[in-house]
Design a protein around this ligand. Structure first.
Ligand SMILES: [Zn+2]
Length: 80
């Protein structure tokens, strides 16, 4: 979990956090906080901003993990 010290928003990870900051050290101030909603991020039920893609990817990983586990069960059954 990342909290932005500049705007006080909370983020589900470093990637969405980085994405909401526009950093250019040739400019003053060098860091600008962008509106996460304008970047396609969503506020999740924990009050953190994140990319909806992250949730989809997590669900996909979980499905793969379950499939792998089911595969192990099948192998165990075959060995018995
Ligand atoms: Zn910020």
């Amino acid at each position: 979990m990342c909290k932005c010290a500049r705007c006080g928003r909370m983020f589900s990870g470093l990637a969405p956090f980085d994405r909401h900051q526009d950093v250019d050290y040739r400019r003053r101030p060098p860091v600008l906080c962008l509106d996460p909603a304008g970047l396609g991020m969503v506020l999740n039920r924990h009050g953190r901003w994140g990319c909806p893609m992250d949730d989809a990817r997590r669900a996909q990983l979980e499905a793969m993990r379950q499939a792998a586990r089911a595969g192990e069960d099948c192998q165990a059954a075959r060995m018995m």
